[in-house]
Write a protein that binds this ligand. Sequence first.
Ligand code: ADP
Ligand code: MG
Length: 583
Amino acid sequence: MIKNMKSANELKQLLQSIDRKSYPAYKALAGSWQFQGYLLVIDHVQGDPFASPSSLHVEIEGTRAGFPAAYYEKDCFRIALQDFLTRQISSQFEKYNFKAKGSGKSGLLSISRCGQEVLQRSACEIKNGKLTVRFQAGFPAFGRTINAGELQKILFEFLPSCVENSLFYEKLDKKKVEKCVFLSEDQEALRKILQKEGLVCFVANGSILPRKSGVSDKPLLNSVPFASPASMERTFLLPHHGEIKGMAVPEGVTLIVGGGYHGKSTLLEAIQSGVYNHIEGDGREFVITEDTAVKLRAEDGRSIRNVNISLFINDLPNKKDTVSFQTEDASGSTSQAAAVVESMEAGCKLFLVDEDTSATNFMVRDELMQKVIRKEKEPITPFIERVRDLYEKAGISTIMVAGSSGAFFYIADNILLMDCYKAVDITENVKTLCREYPAPRLSASGFFVPEFQRVFPSCKQNGKAGKEGKAIGGRPSGVRERHEHMKVKAYGLESFSLDKESVDVRYLEQLTDGEQTAALAYLLRLGLEKVFDGKRTVQQGVELLYDTLQKDGWEAFCSSYVPCGLAKPRIQELYACVNRFRQ
Ligand code: ADP
Ligand code: MG
């Protein structure tokens, strides 16, 4: 029994006793209440009916929820089940959202809205044999007066029914649950196959790649299913799905070419999203990509902090140092050069590049231009002259869409033509053709793998000293002394802010859910407050933060309670945020 835990009946009585009082009297409800079959915890009560809604969670013993033990224990099963349950309860909540009435957010009942990807969310966690489901509710009021009767409906009618219908195995379609966890095991198996076979991605035959629209991530109806060219087709055996056939892209440099509108970017986008698992019915369930893949793109205007971009850029006319390059306002080419080097620092093994979103002068320079602008006068060594060395000397593969310059043909191991959404392997034909034309300059001298020793500057601030929290990673705390916590705000896939400082995440194409943005904000906050002490390198700090998330969970990042609304990002996106924080 948890200390201070009271019965649901006591909650009901307390609730009735504060009816018609002024809103802050709701605060008395905070605490743990034992309901039939689950524990209800009211973590935080909103200050007034117009403020952010109150935070609550329910806890259910796993044995009581009754799912097979393996679903709780095996990582991929557990993650898939958490996602499944979040979707279940979310659809239950929809029935009751705003069914209790009142002013402001009275009656709101909400939990994470999951998209096409399976993510680990604070909304639902299975840990140590216990299910925790976090959500928000708007405590009802007339004006600013407590309406106990309406909250009673939420807590004693709506919620018990939602919990009962979505979190107990007995009440669910067992086949559906099984299908969902088995899919996750197949996806995991395919990820292992990629590693074992030296592949960077797999796109199953029959996959549906295009999305409904720029604003909907659902599959496009009546689209052309993917089919692998015979030369790249491989068959693998998955534990539940059985045999699966599709295009296996080996390590190295892969080029995707084709006329405009023939489906090149769509294929690349499906591949970049393949770092995540997708739900049944998405069409990309078996589009699986090397986990560390990073989409590289131009991002004018971003800030860059002490990045060695000299592989690509040297001798700038303003004599700026490119070995430790800094700017508050990057150009297209410097931003993309920095992205390459930062991604290497972040452990990336596969670059994804689309000419649509690249700086042309960063990618390639044609022969005539090479003649007109002599090498000594051109600060940029284009990507094309580094891409082979990146693979051969640094082990980083590239898949790129480049339909505008034939120069890329010479450096590619595999060339894929997209022809009316059909993938055709044209490697042999093109290589024959290449022999008839003189090759342009394809490689630059002086390749090296940069060292990643840059230190993240300490955020020690002057001003009022605040409470010192426990430091993580065994160093003294008090790196940041302004006040206890920076104020976190997240704006979907656009940006987040820490106090007044905003971090732009709009061009992190592999960030897939606004809840990841919120999580990144919390991660970076802990980084600034307790990890980046002016001595740790960026790499050490980011790894420590990410390890803390893996080991200690959301609790390590949140103040008094873990809210609903956080989703786990990849470490690559955490690096990207640290790199975009301006200070
Ligand atoms: P590209 O990059 O070659 O110019 P896109 O990938 O942007 O082409 O695709 C162009 C259009 O074709 C998009 O509207 C996309 O949704 C659609 N499309 C892509 N792949 C398919 C497909 N397999 N079946 C049907 N439509 C598709
Ligand atoms: Mg395109």
